[in-house]
Design a protein around this ligand. Structure first.
Ligand code: ADP
Ligand code: MG
Length: 729
């Protein structure tokens, strides 16, 4: 057949796995090959410059401009030895993804020739032509230009022939135009707040680190099949498609054997990741067919975010090499498990203590309980904001679906930790704590068994679950920059810890014993944040009602959820922790609403086109065939017999007529809805209008199309079907 669908299916079946050669060295040797890490700094920088760089990286010392030239010279030497010709500031604009502008090292030498040049000035600061990046009017409001500035805490790396320099991207007046700047501020805020709280328990803590271990889920689709689906190509997801007879009911894909072509892709990706110092560790099949997951060992949060951004672009590149396309969309296939990016998050102190892990003594467990309860306080007070931080037009399709967390933020603790908190809540403080002569004290916090660390008691769909020594924020979607969630979470945590310390200190100042003061405040907080704790079935209707009663945010509309960034409590929190000010928040929300509108707009256009140009013609074609058949029956059979024998075909002819008519009607309404929405000046209102009037039409159109897919002759259908997209690899 000259049907593209069958051509690409046939080709896909013929493809073989690429042969990926593993480097001859061991991973520990090629790890970080393309990164200007400490080892290379030591080799390429003068000793005093190296020491200063380490001080900047480890202790947050200010970057002295005077060392920039020497650092740049060392970097340039290494880069040239590696065959690099260009450099770029690499930054994370508010659209998802990263941006870069490449410049060659060469400059005129003034004598008619060229010379490789890379100065400290070029390393430290640049002015990307950034007018094309969304900025929510920040630059209109504040200052015409923005600049990118080096983030020395994240090492530079090489991609192909280019030296990439991680940078923040800010307006000249200091407002953040990216994700990294507020992330660094949030990390700074939580470091300070946690360090202060640590003083109650330890006297040797000088720094608290934020840990992030993300888990990247994704789908792989054969490139040929992908290109025969304009919806995947243009929007990253299928806008139509009936579930295949075999889905994920069998769960046989999960941890099953990884197919050869995919295995080769993974191997290639892992080698390249390790060369870029991304510490990838686990790979496995996910729940859905053709869905997979990759996770590194956790790292310092800022670095982990950069590594995830880098990994996502690497995945796209490597997938193409292997004849695949990687789908990072949160819900590429309706009715099938979506993709998330679980963010495993914890705090650890520089004395080696993991603050979210239980200890072996009652004092240590008091510290553990403190960090757990204050995390819950942060999540409770800002559950709407945290939801906003992970919400997007694309993730909205995933939340609440198969295997995904519901769109209400709550926290699952497991039975053991729940018992401990209940004990604290119900006991009198003086029962929990006794001064026992000279020997000091006794804290009656039940021993927290090691079992908690290996927590098997898991509720896999909880949006924010305690998993032994960390919280796993499961709501973030697979396509996003985790910085968005990390900014909100860390800033909220900083606020909770600051408030905690203030209240404890007030009691101590009144002469109360420290432990007594800690326990009293904790007891209050356990009660306050109780509504956020939920161990039940998040999918049930009762939970939605119950959550609303508890005062948790149960809103479903994405553009309305974004409003939480401008809640009084959010502004206060971001301003008091110096992470973002009100104007930045307002401007960033404009970007969010704008991106929402654009996403839905493109989807609506693509769906309208496909419906009119692919689906209706194909359905009509099939209908004509049926009509001919019915007419033919009349020629070969007596009228009554012919009629009886054509009953089914007559029904189909009618059904096709009705469905195509409805599709035409709905597409017209869809276009009208867009037109009306587009006339709304205010971007916030426009986004809401898109959500309320455009999206429902898309769903209705899809329903009709999916029904047609079931009845139209398979040989005529032009778009690769779910079973082909999902089971061919
Ligand atoms: P899962 O069973 O959910 O797939 P994994 O064991 O694969 O979990 O770990 C998921 C991620 O959590 C990994 O990146 C891992 O390094 C990270 N992780 C483990 N412990 C911590 C911690 N204390 N803080 C932050 N991340 C952690
Ligand atoms: Mg997980």
């Amino acid at each position: 057949a000259n049907n593209l669908r069958f051509q690409v299916v046939e080709e896909a079946f013929k493809k073989h796995a690429l042969d990926v050669k593993a480097p001859s060295e061991r991973p520990s040797e090629y790890f970080g090959k393309y990164v200007f890490n400490r080892q290379k700094m030591y080799k390429y920088l003068p000793k005093d410059i190296y020491d200063k760089m380490i001080d900047v990286m480890d202790n947050g010392a200010r970057l002295d401009r005077s060392i920039a030239d020497a650092v740049a010279a060392g970097m340039k030497q290494w880069a040239l030895e590696m065959g690099v010709t260009h450099y770029t500031h690499w930054f994370q604009p508010l659209t998802e993804g990263t941006a870069e502008k490449h410049d060659a090292f060469v400059e005129h030498d003034g004598k008619g020739g060229m010379i490789e040049k890379f100065s400290g000035k070029l390393l430290v600061q640049q002015e990307p032509d950034a007018s094309s990046f969304p900025n929510g009017g920040i630059r209109n409001t504040f200052e015409a230009r923005g600049y990118s500035a080096w983030d020395p805490t994240s090492p530079v790396f090489i991609i192909d022939d280019t030296l990439c320099i991680p940078t923040i991207f800010i307006a000249y007046t200091g407002e953040a135009l990216d994700y990294k700047a507020p992330l660094l501020r949030a990390i700074h805020a939580v470091n300070k707040a946690a360090k202060d709280v640590c003083q109650y328990f330890y006297d040797d803590v000088t720094k608290v680190q934020v840990n992030l271990g993300w888990e990247q889920e994704y789908f792989l689709v054969d490139e040929g099949l992908y290109s025969a689906r304009p919806d995947l190509l243009m929007t990253g997801r299928t806008l139509m498609g009936h579930e295949s007879a075999k889905n994920q009911q069998m769960d046989d894909h999960y941890f099953g054997t990884i197919p050869d072509r995919v295995q080769a892709f993974m191997k290639d990706l892992e080698i390249q990741s390790l060369e870029l110092a991304i510490p990838v560790k686990t790979r496995h099949n996910e729940v859905a067919p053709n869905q997979f997951e990759l996770a590194p060992i956790f790292e310092e949060c800022n670095l982990a975010v950069d590594h995830n951004m880098l990994l996502m672009s690497l995945m796209k590149k490597v997938a193409r090499k292997h004849g695949f396309r990687v789908l990072l969309h949160e819900k590429p296939f309706d009715g099938i498990n979506g993709s998330g990016k679980h963010c495993n998050w914890s705090l650890s102190a520089d004395n080696g203590v993991l603050l979210h892990a239980p200890g072996t003594t009652p004092e240590e467990n008091l510290r553990f309980i403190t960090f757990i309860v204050e995390t819950l306080m942060a999540v409770y007070h800002h559950n709407g904001l945290l939801k906003a931080s992970i919400m997007s037009a694309t993730n909205a399709h995933r939340l609440g679906g198969n295997e995904a967390p519901p769109a209400i933020i709550s926290s699952f603790l497991g039975t053991q930790l729940t018992e401990v908190l209940n004990h604290i809540e119900t006991s009198e403080t003086n029962e929990l704590f006794n001064l026992k002569g000279k020997q000091g004290m006794e804290i009656d916090i039940p021993q927290i068994p090691d079992l908690v660390v290996d927590n098997t008691d898991r509720n896999r769909t909880s949006p924010f679950a305690f998993t032994g020594n960390r919280f796993e924020f499961r709501a973030p979607g697979s396509s996003v920059n985790c910085a968005s969630a990390m900014i909100a979470l860390n800033a909220a945590m900083a606020e909770a810890l600051n408030s905690f310390k203030e209240r404890v200190d007030a009691k101590i100042a009144k002469g109360e014993d420290k432990i007594q003061a800690l326990l009293e405040v904790l007891k209050d907080d356990v009660k306050t944040c109780k509504p956020i704790r939920f161990d039940g079935n998040g999918y049930s209707e009762e939970w939605v009602k119950e959550a609303a009663k508890r005062g948790l945010d149960v809103e479903k509309s994405c553009p309305v959820i974004f409003e939480h960034y401008l809640d009084e409590s959010s502004i206060k929190m971001f301003e008091s922790t110096k992470v973002m000010n009100k104007k930045e928040l307002e401007a960033r929300n404009e970007v969010k609403w704008e991106m929402y509108v654009k996403t839905v707009q493109i989807e609506a256009r693509v769906l309208g086109d496909l419906a009119m140009n692919h689906i209706i013609p194909v359905a009509t074609h099939y209908q004509s065939k049926l009509i001919k058949n019915v007419q033919g029956m009349k020629e070969v059979f007596p009228a009554e017999r012919a009629e009886r024998l054509s009953t089914r075909n007559m029904k189909l002819i009618e059904e096709i007529a009705e469905r195509t008519e409805r599709i035409e009607q709905l597409v017209e309404e869809l276009t009208d809805a867009r037109r009306v929405a587009n006339r709304i000046e205010d971007i916030h209102e426009r986004a809401i209008q898109y959500h309320d009037t455009v999206c429902p039409h898309m769903e209705a159109i899809r329903k009709e199309i999916d029904k047609l897919e079931l009845i139209v002759e398979d040989g005529l259908w032009t778009l690769p079907k779910y079973r082909e997209l999902l089971f061919i690899r």
